[in-house]
Structures are given as C-alpha cells and as structure tokens.
Design a binder for this molecule. Sequence first.
Ligand SMILES: [Zn+2]
Length: 189
Amino acid sequence: MSACGAGVAPLMAIHCRMASCLLLNATWEPLVLLPVRRGIQLVLADRAHAVEVRGSVFRSEFMSIEVPIVAALNEYVRIPESMCTPAASRSNVLVRDDNRCGYCGDKAQTIDHIVPTSRGGAARDWRNVIAACHRCNVTVKQDRTPEEAGLSLVRQPFVPTRSDLVLARASQHSELRAWMRRSGFASAA
Ligand SMILES: [Zn+2]
C-alpha cells in the first residue's frame, strides 16, 4: 500500500498545500499539526489511522483514501521530557495567548516582557512574556513595568504544555475546532 504513495504525491501537492492534520499519540495525546499530505502518508504507511476525515477522497491510479484531518498513531510514541515544555518563542507566545493582547484584549502583534529584561525580567520565562498589541507595548508601556505604565493584565501568563500549543494551533482551523469541540478537548471552547 505504501508503494502507492508515489502515485498520489502529485495530487497531494496540488490539493493539500493549505490543509492540516492533527496527529494524536496512540493515547490521543495531541502531538503535532501536520500538512495533511503527511497525515495521508502516515495512514498509507500503516503508522496511523484516520480518526476524523474531511469528506473528500484522494485518488490515484493505484488507490484512493479519505483525507484525514485527525489521525492517531497506531503505536504509542514516548515524548522526551525535554520536549514536553515548549520554548517561549514569539510564535509560541502568540499561539498560547490566541493572538490577543494581555493588557487590552485587542489583536496582538508583539511580545512584551512584563518585567522588562533591562530591569532584570527573564527573557524566556513563560510567566514573564505576554502577547501585546503595538499600542500597549510600544506606545504605552515601553520599558516600564505594568504598574509604572498604569496597565494591568487581563489574564495571567502560564507555562503551556506541548499539547496545549498543539491544540491552540489546531483550533485556528474551523474543521479541527469543530472536531475538538465534539471530542471534548477543553482548548476548543
Ligand atoms: Zn493592547
């Protein structure tokens, strides 16, 4: 069956460029968001099975397969401890905070160090970084603490798990968000 993958690859390249597949561990722990063509390849290789399909089918000269938007590994994969807490990178902080400013709730474009690094605040500590809009961060707060700038946090920053971020990223896709809601994943709320 996997030998047929080469035949279907050109179709995937054309149709799957923008789609995503949520990959779950065998225990249904969210692992990663993949290009949907990669999800199809895992199913074809018998390393995963489809949990939710989109309702469209990829066909090649040799086979056809329903497009998985959620797939689960057939065998459990242990995630190393060092990979369980993701880095507090700019993109990860924006995902954790749903692209919302931690001071006013508007759309965020930047990351703010709550206690500025110039004042001893930790640069890579999840609890010292928050998504912020340009106005709150650059115009109002500048190189000050929230108290000094007259700002207050509308939510407290927290240390997310790897799964938290995977679900947050998945929830940005409407079809995955609908599946997450039906399946009881809290982050889909
Ligand atoms: Zn703001």
